[in-house]
Design a protein around this ligand. Structure first.
Ligand code: 5GP
Ligand code: MN
Length: 339
C-alpha cells in the first residue's frame, strides 16, 4: 500500500466508525482467521465492529476467539443487511471479486461504506477505494499482520489476534510447506508465538479434531483415487451418495485433494465433489511448480484462485465433469511434462 493510503486509513480509523468485515463464501482458515484477527484489532480502536460471513464454515475453525460473534448472512440476512447498509467502512478479506461473497454480493455493492480490500488472489477487481492486494503473500492473515504493522500498531497484537492470524497462515501454507512460505512468513509466525499464539494447541484444534466418519470418508476418497501417469495427474471423486453414507459435514473434504499431489511424479491433482442441493460439482485443483491451476480453472471450470491452488464448479454431472477434465488434459501435456 502507498504511504498516502496508509495515512488516509489511519485518519479514517482515528474516530469511532461502524465497521463490517467480510470473508469469502465457504470461508476457510485464512478467511476466518484474517477477519477475526482484524476484528480484535479494530475493537481496540473502540469501533463498532461486526464480522459477517456469507455462510457457515467447518467446525474445526469454531475454536477461534470471537468466532461466536460472527453473523452468517444466509441465516441472519435482515440484521446483516442493516449493518452493511449502515457501515462507514467495509473490509473485504481473502477474496478478489464481490461475487466471491455469494449471496452478499448485492448488499455489498449497494452499500456506500468505504471499501478496503485485503487479499492475495490473482487479478483483483476494482471495487474498493483502498486495495491492498499481493499475490506473493502466503495468506491474507500475513497481510493483516503487515497492515497492522503499517498502521504502526504491532504492539497492539495480543494473544487473540495472534492466534487467529497464526491459524490462517498455517492453513493457507499447508503448515508452512507451500512455496508461498517465505522467511518473512516465518518471522511473522515467530512474532505471533511471542505474542501469545499457542502453536501446538492451534495445530491440534485444526488437524486433530476429526470425527470417525470423516476418516471413513477419507478412506472412501482414497479408494476412488485415479492416477493418469501419462498426464502426471491424479483425481478423486466423491458422489453425493458417498457423502451421505459418511454423514458429510462442512469441511470434511478439506485437504483431501492434496493426497493426489503426494504421489511421486504427480504435478496436478483434482477432486470432484457432487453437491446435489446446489446442482453442481465443486472442484478443487492443486499443482506443483509453475503449472497454473488458476488458469485451468478460469478457462474450464468457472473459478480461479492461485497458481498452485484453485477452485471451480461445473454444472455437468459428476461423470461428465470428470470426462471433461480428462479430455482437456492432452492440451496441457507439454506444461505438465515440463514440471
Ligand atoms: P479450494 O479448492 O480450497 O476451494 O480453493 C483453493 C483456492 O482457490 C482458495 O484460495 C480459494 O479462495 C480459491 N477459489 C476457490 N473457488 C474459487 C472460485 O470459484 N473462484 C475463484 N476466483 N477462486 C476460487
Ligand atoms: Mn487465503
Amino acid at each position: 500500500m502507498k504511504n498516502e493510503e496508509i495515512t488516509s486509513i489511519k485518519q479514517l480509523l482515528s474516530t469511532e466508525k461502524k465497521i463490517v468485515i467480510v470473508p469469502h463464501k465457504n470461508p476457510d482458515g485464512d478467511a476466518i482467521g484474517s477477519t477475526l484477527g482484524l476484528y480484535h484489532y479494530l475493537l481496540k480502536g473502540k469501533h463498532q465492529v461486526h464480522v459477517i460471513a456469507p455462510n457457515d464454515y467447518p467446525h474445526f475453525l469454531k475454536w477461534m476467539p470471537g468466532e461466536a460473534n460472527i453473523l452468517k448472512y444466509d441465516a441472519q440476512t435482515k440484521e446483516s443487511d442493516v449493518l452493511i447498509s449502515d457501515a462507514d467502512i467495509i473490509f473485504t478479506l481473502d477474496f478478489n471479486a464481490l461475487n466471491r461473497a455469494g449471496n452478499m454480493e448485492t448488499a455489498l455493492a449497494q452499500s456506500t461504506g468505504i471499501k478496503i480490500m485485503i487479499d492475495h488472489h490473482q487479478t483483483p477487481d476494482d471495487y474498493a477505494l483502498y486495495t491492498y492486494s499481493d499475490v506473493n503473500m502466503s495468506s491474507t492473515c500475513e497481510m493483516v499482520y503487515l497492515f497492522i504493522a503499517m498502521l504502526g500498531d504491532t504492539t497492539l497484537i495480543d494473544a487473540d489476534i495472534a492466534s487467529c492470524l497464526y491459524a490462517g497462515i498455517m492453513t493457507d501454507t499447508g503448515s508452512f510447506r507451500f512455496p508461498s512460505t517465505t522467511s518473512q512468513t516465518h518471522r511473522i509466525i515467530a512474532d505471533l508465538i511471542d505474542k501469545g499464539a499457542n502453536n501446538s494447541q492451534i495445530h491440534n484444534n485444526i488437524y486433530d479434531t476429526n470425527s470417525y466418519q470423516r476418516l471413513q470418508l477419507l478412506g472412501c476418497a482414497l479408494t476412488n483415487l485415479n492416477v493418469l501417469p501419462e498426464h502426471r495427474a491424479a483425481y478423486i471423486t466423491l458422489s453425493q451418495e458417498e457423502l451421505n453414507k459418511y454423514d458429510y459435514k462442512k469441511g470434511d473434504t478439506e485437504g483431501i485433494v492434496n493426497y493426489g499431489l503426494s504421489l511421486d511424479n504427480i504435478v496436478l491433482a483434482a477432486i470432484f465433489i457432487e453437491d446435489k442441493q446446489e446442482g453442481i460439482v465443486k472442484i478443487s485443483l492443486r499443482s506443483k511448480g509453475d503449472f497454473s491451476v488458476n488458469d485451468m480453472s478460469r478457462s474450464h471450470f468457472n473459478g480461479g484462485g492461485h497458481i498452485n491452488a484453485a477452485g471451480g464448479r461445473s454444472e455437468l454431472s459428476l461423470n461428465d465433469t470428470v470426462e471433461k477434465f480428462i479430455s482437456i488434459l492432452p492440451s496441457y501435456n507439454k506444461a505438465l511434462n515440463n514440471e
